[in-house]
Each structure stands twice: as C-alpha cells, then as structure tokens.
Design a protein around this ligand. Structure first.
Ligand code: TA6
Length: 304
C-alpha cells in the first residue's frame, strides 16, 4: 500500500504592511507574503533555508509605490515604454508620462479566490480596476500563485475587446543569493542578448553567466530552464518558464545601487533579478478573445 504524505495544513491571514493590504500564507514547509497592490509577491522562503525571493531591507509599503523586491509585475509594458515595439507604445495615450514597467504594479488587485488541495494552495488575483489610466483596452490580466513543493506564478491575459491589443510583460523576480559575485547562471549559454548598458548592442552569451559588474541584459530565444548556482549556500534555484522566450538579467552593482530607492548601498550583493518575460520580438499581440499565459515555476535543489 502506498503511503501518502499527510495533508498540508495552511495558515492564511490578511495583514497590513504600511498602507498595503497583504496575504501571508504559511505551512510547516514554507512562507509566502503577497501584497494586494500589484498582486506582488513580496517574499518567499522555505523552512530552514535562506529566502528564495528577496525583499529589500529598506522596502516601503506605500499605496501607489512599487515595493522593492519580490516579484513586481511589469504590465502592460516592460521597462521604458519608448524602448518597446511601436504598437505597444501607441496603446498608451500619455507616452510622455509613461511609468517604467507599466501600470499594474501600483494598481489595486483583488483576491478572487483561494483554493487548497492536498499539498498545494492557490491564490487567484485579478486587477480590480476596469479603467486603466490612459490605457483604454479591454484586456483582463489575472495572476495565479500556487504554493506546494514549488512556487508557481502564472500571469494570464484575456482580450475581452473587439480589437487586437499589443503588450509586453515580465515577472520582475528578485532572487536572494549569498553573494552575487559567487553565483553562476546556467541556461543562457548561446543565447543572443541586448546589452542595454552599451547602446543596446546585440551580443551572444558564450559560457555560463557570472555577474562581474552592473548587468542589465535582455536575453532572446531563452530556454525554459535556467538555474542560479549558489555555492556558498550550497544550493541552486531552478526556474522553469512557459509562455516566455525572453528574460532580463539585472544587477545594479555598486554605483547604481546608491541611486536606487528602497535599496541599501550594499544590497546589490544579496540579490539578482532574472525576469522571465514577453518583450521585444517575444511581445504579445492578443486578438479579440485572445488569451496568453506566462508561467514561472521556482524550486531549489542541492548543487549538482
Ligand atoms: O529590469 C531591469 C530594470 O529595467 C533596470 O534597468 C532597473 O531600472 C530595474 O528594472 C528596476 O526598475 P524599478 O523601476 O523597479 O526601479
């Protein structure tokens, strides 16, 4: 007779951090914190392990301001609107006042439902604002977060309108690392990338990626699997992306760290962003009634 593991006991509470309503989800194995604003995962940690998702020690929890760390949603565009394909730029009616990384991360989302299964809990969020400021398109984004042995994040779009809509998006995930100078990123070998710090020049990644200075690269035709090898913590963080073929790798390093909000001068050592995305040639065009889904699964494993 096969032994089945006992059901997981989930503790879920709504709490307040600063002016932000949040949800704290805990089990014996893990803890997850999510802000309703932007449906932003703020932190994720497994019991007896270092955090997997990093939250700035200087994070501010203020309505209308993105929290530094966690998984901010970049939607309905990634980065600088002016660097997006023309149809994505044209979809926004105030291009001269376009916030970096779009609108979603500072808007109110709502928890639509919370479902528990044997060893998994799922929280489904949707943007509760029908009218997005200066973005008059009937696209409904939803974010589904599932926690079990892995953390799974799915950003789904449904075009409820009668015209095609173009958008770019990213899960701007901040990962916790022991020391960014000692990690290696596996999976991007051979990928083309745009070096945004040097005129957006197109280059090709040769070997495993190590971080040796400010890094802000858009990788193209990325594979589903990437890993962050962290020898000091004796672990690897594994990423499996579906519905995404582009990813941004970012670390501000020393000088930019001093210019960032909610960011200690030495915090660059403790974090690394790998942002699974749909950007540039991998951006989305949603036909009427069209749907898309970008999913990221995260888990840790001992080093190979
Ligand atoms: O994804 C990389 C990036 O675009 C960097 O250039 C840096 O600006 C980072 O995002 C953080 O942006 P934020 O607006 O959250 O400070």
């Amino acid at each position: 007779m096969t032994e089945t593991a006992p059901q997981t006991t989930w503790h879920v509470e709504r709490c307040q951090l600063g002016t932000l309503a949040c949800w704290r989800v805990r089990s014996a194995e893990a803890e997850l914190l999510i802000a309703e604003q932007g449906a932003q995962i703020l932190s994720y940690q497994r019991t007896d392990e270092p955090p997997i998702i990093w939250l700035s020690e200087q994070a501010a929890f203020q309505t209308g301001q993105s929290v530094r760390g966690g998984v901010p949603l970049c939607w309905p565009w990634f980065g600088d609107l002016a660097r997006n394909p023309t149809p994505i730029q044209a979809a926004y009616l105030q291009p001269n006042q376009a916030p970096a990384h779009g609108l979603a991360r500072t808007l109110p989302w709502q928890l639509d439902d919370l479902l528990t299964e044997a060893h998994q809990i799922r929280l489904n969020f949707s943007l509760s604002t029908k009218e997005l400021p200066h973005w008059p398109h009937a696209v409904q984004p939803k974010l589904s977060i599932s926690l079990g042995d892995r953390l799974s994040i799915s950003l789904e779009n449904h075009n409820l309108g009668d015209r095609p809509v173009c958008l770019s998006q990213a899960l701007h995930t901040y990962f916790a690392v022991s020391d960014v100078r000692n990690i290696r990123i596996q999976g991007l070998e051979g990928c083309r990338y745009l070096e945004t710090l040097e005129g957006w020049e197109e280059r090709q990644q040769q070997a495993e990626l190590s971080i040796e200075g400010e890094t802000d690269r858009i990788y193209l035709n990325t594979p589903p699997l990437m890993r962050i090898q962290d020898p000091i913590w004796g672990r690897q963080i594994c990423l499996k992306a579906e519905g995404s073929a582009s990813a941004i790798v970012w670390n501000p390093w020393i000088d930019k760290a001093k210019r960032l909000s909610q960011f200690a001068d030495d915090a660059w050592q403790r974090m690394l962003c790998i942002e699974t995305a749909n950007v540039l040639d991998d951006s989305l065009t949603l036909a009427p009634d069209g749907r898309s889904r970008l999913t990221l699964q995260l888990w840790t494993a001992p080093l190979d």
